[in-house]
Design a protein around this ligand. Structure first.
Ligand code: ADP
Ligand code: ZN
Length: 347
């Protein structure tokens, strides 16, 4: 956290930390102190923890609190997002839109935000019609990840990030899968050194994919591996359903089963990834998710949701399927029968 100060200098000496009610008592003081050490005075705005805050109402409240600060902020004010993906997305969107755009630094404090949402410049909010439908690309001037903050993260939140780590290994780097496989226990106990290494490897993969394709016209779609069926399961589960990582874990298992059916990968590759997910306490079949409602297990219902996903172009549902461990390809011709078989195979 101490590095936040040096990263924040060169502006007007003013910053506003946007955080949430869980993270504020843990890390806001350290962030304020780090900024003060570099001569940057910081106010703190906290929002209620949880995905429900990623909405226009809370955005409006944060914006009003920001613009009501005395003395009034100007274009040189730095926004610091301190928290998980919810804080990063919302504070990033505030930064993108306040006074037509302020610099921001993202300090992700969840594994999911560290390895996924903090890289790539997407900011935004959920709308009544769906998640992440309001937003802007707004790159942070820096992303500062302090793996020590992950020590206080609830296990379920860690799992959310781990699903994306497995995803990165599958789409780009089989050796990352080796690392996860060999250090699953240390990862689960949030060993800071192991997590720092894991995060660095994952950020490098995500950053390389995003840098090659910032606006998602080509290979950035690879990051959607496991998310086609996964998002549908997550959406169909509703409240009391699955976390993002749990849903993506099932989505990855389903994508592997489609790929095995097409002989793109071997059954043993699919089994290996399934084993890694299970070792990380992520679900690999519906038997692992007893609270998931019945309709979230039905292929027909899931396909309905997939067809309406904003990433479905012209009704064509796009699948990212593994072609080996470490590479994937885009497939626009996956049939309803293949999806039904993959969902059935989840149990
Ligand atoms: P995500 O990063 O998974 O998209 P959130 O921003 O909602 O999602 O963060 C998940 C939850 O974890 C929230 O309740 C948040 O307040 C909490 N949280 C974030 N970082 C930490 C941390 N380092 N220690 C404890 N709880 C945290
Ligand atoms: Zn994801």
């Amino acid at each position: 956290m101490g590095q936040l100060g040096p990263l924040a200098t060169g502006l007007t000496g003013r910053a506003v930390i946007v955080t949430d009610t869980n993270v504020a008592p843990l890390y806001a003081d350290a962030a304020v102190a780090a900024l003060a050490g570099a001569g940057v005075a910081a106010d703190v705005i906290d929002l209620p923890a949880g995905e429900a805050s990623k909405c226009l109402t809370v955005y409006g409240e944060v914006m009003d609190r920001l613009l009501a600060l005395k003395p009034a902020i100007d274009r040189g004010c730095l926004i610091v997002a301190l928290g998980g993906g919810v804080v990063g997305d919302l504070a990033g969107f505030v930064a993108a839109t306040a006074l037509r755009g302020l610099d921001f630094i993202n300090v992700p404090t969840t594994l999911l935000a560290a390895v996924d949402s903090s890289v790539g410049g997407k900011t935004g909010l959920d709308a009544a019609a769906g998640k992440n439908l309001i937003g802007a690309f707004h790159q942070p001037r820096a992303v500062l990840i302090d793996a020590a903050t992950l020590g206080t993260l609830p296990a379920a939140e860690l799992g959310n990030g781990l699903a994306e780590c497995v995803k990165h290994g599958v789409i780009r780097d089989a050796s990352l899968l080796d690392l996860i496989e060999s250090s699953a226990a240390a990862i689960e106990s949030a060993d800071a050194d192991v997590l720092a290494d894991l995060i660095a490897r994952n950020v490098a993969i995500k950053a390389a994919v995003v840098a090659a394709d910032e606006r998602e016209s080509g290979q950035r779609a690879h990051l959607n591996f496991g998310h086609t069926i996964g998002h549908a399961i997550e959406a169909a589960g509703g409240f009391g359903g699955l976390s993002h990582g749990q849903a993506v874990s099932l989505g990855m298992v389903a994508a592997f089963s489609i790929a095995v059916g097409r002989k793109l990968v071997s059954q043993s590759d699919a089994d290996r990834v399934r084993g890694i997910l299970a070792a990380l306490s992520l679900p690999v079949s519906f038997a692992d998710t007893p609270s998931l409602p019945g309709e979230a297990r039905q292929a027909g219902h899931l396909q309905e949701i997939m067809a309406h996903d904003k990433k479905a172009r012209g009704g064509v549902v796009r699948f990212i399927l593994p072609t080996s461990l470490g590479s994937v390809d885009i497939f626009d011709d996956v049939t309803a029968d293949e999806v039904a078989a993959a969902v059935a195979a989840l149990g």
